[in-house]
Ligand binder design. Structure first.
Ligand code: LLP
Length: 424
């Protein structure tokens, strides 16, 4: 029986084997080895187009939250499509520039921007800083004045709305470290308006990630629009409203709203409240790349046990943190499904931790040497990988039609300790 895959334009079974676009995953494993991240160019472009189409006819900008997957090839193809970028570090800004992205379409989020990062972003002339606190506003003002320039800013408001998602990735509640408390926002804007190093351009919010209902978004949007009205009464005009990212994807049984539906519902609110002429922005990460990638891994050993049976694969928690870190369910499907008696397996890696698992309680027919695809691994997979156990990071491949491009080479152990030294 052919396993079912979550929504993806890029991956399906053909002639009994899972393919990325026109290329079989078996071929890719032979050519590039495993564990291997495989992305579909078409799936990423279609996911981006769903935002762009829903926003067509109005002034808008989709800033890809590149923390989800910052490979230069991913950035490159999104930049060519017209995307801007949402960055959270100076390192990410360097990647945008290296990938041919446009700094004037780049926003800088995050609670801990350093002086060096602020300088770097001002010199690159980014679109705006999403300010997360009063001391950050003060710092950005000071740095801008020292450089003889003005920093464009928007305030990231914490709308105190429950995104009803995993607590680690919920960001819009009062008790989160993110954003400026709703009640303090107007005062912070008034302060910003008086500062010579600051130019106010927008307002921003982001309430969490892997959100699977439209309700929390609409609630947050209404609260942000209330602030926009309040600011205008104060004589503070805005050019843009940024609704953040966070739209969930299907890993298994989730039923998130379609991108087009969510955007349409939000735009209806924006128009109804008379702000349709402003630029609207989004900062999606997962919904652009999540379903566009898989982690390809090979079964090394099968280890039947009394209590549990294990399929030990060559991918591990260092390659894909999400299952163990968030107890996240991700699909695990055979590349070439076989007939025979199925067993229930935990899919685990070689790392020396009991938390090193990729999937649990999966009913599969497996033999040593078989390939498995961990699905919906395009977002927060490679980006969160580590070198724990001195494991080189996996290679990454971008498939485009019948072509496969190696977009990141597999790391060799010697690279991992190249910056270290023995004692004299
Ligand atoms: N904008 C801001 C300010 C953010 O903090 C984030 C994600 C995004 C946009 C993009 O959110 P998305 O559209 O991808 O949901 N590692 C976790 C997810 C952490 C999300 C952090 N912030 C995971 O693997 O589920």
């Amino acid at each position: 029986m052919t396993p079912t895959l979550p929504d993806s334009d890029g991956f399906d079974y053909r002639d009994g084997q899972l393919h990325a676009e026109q290329v079989s995953l078996g071929t890719l494993a032979e050519r590039f080895g495993t564990p291997l991240y495989v992305y579909s160019r078409r799936a990423i472009e279609r996911a981006y187009d769903r935002y762009a189409d829903a926003l067509s006819g109005r002034s808008s900008l989709v800033c890809y939250a590149m923390k989800a997957n910052s490979n230069l090839a991913v950035l490159d193809l999104l930049a060519r499509r017209g995307a801007g970028f949402d960055i959270v570090s100076g390192g990410e800004l360097e990647r945008v520039l290296a990938a041919g992205g446009d700094p004037s379409r780049t926003v800088f989020s995050g609670v801990g921007k350093s002086v060096a990062e602020i300088e770097q972003a001002l010199r690159a002339d980014i679109l705006c800083f999403n300010i997360e606190s009063a001391p950050e506003l003060e710092r950005i003002d000071a740095v801008a004045r020292r450089l003889g320039t003005r920093a464009r800013i928007s305030v990231r408001v914490n709308p105190d709305v429950d995104a009803r998602t995993h607590p680690y990735i919920s960001t819009g509640l009062k008790n989160n470290k993110f954003g400026v408390a709703y009640a303090d926002t107007l005062a912070l804007y008034r302060d910003a308006a008086r500062r010579p190093g600051i130019e106010i351009v927008g307002i921003d919010c982001h309430i969490g990630s892997q959100i699977t209902e439209a309700g929390p978004y609409i609630d947050a949007a209404e609260r942000v629009l209330d602030l926009v009205d309040g600011l205008e009464r104060d004589g503070i005009g805005l050019r843009h409203i940024d609704f953040g990212g966070g739209l969930g994807i299907r890993y298994g049984e989730e039923t998130p709203p379609a991108t087009g539906e969510l955007v349409a519902a939000l735009m209806a609110r924006v128009d109804a409240r008379g702000h349709g002429a402003k630029t609207v922005m989004f900062e999606p990460g997962r919904s652009l790349v999540g379903n566009a990638g898989v982690l390809l891994t090979r079964v090394e050993y099968l280890k039947p046990g009394e209590a549990r049976s294990f399929a030990i694969v060559d991918g591990a928690m260092n390659d894909l943190m999400r299952p163990t870190m968030y107890d996240a369910w991700m699909g695990a499907v055979p590349v070439c499904p076989r007939d025979g008696a199925a067993s229930v397996y935990d899919i685990v890696g070689p790392v020396c931790e009991s938390g090193d698992w990729l999937a649990r309680d999966r009913t599969l027919v497996l033999r040593p040497g078989d390939l498995l695809a961990i699905t919906s691994a395009g977002a927060y997979g490679m980006a969160m990988s580590s070198n724990y156990n001195t494991r080189g990071r996996a290679a990454e491949v971008m498939v485009d039609g019948d072509h496969a491009y190696l977009v990141r080479a597999r790391e060799r152990p010697a690279q991992l300790f190249a910056g270290e030294s023995r004692l004299p």
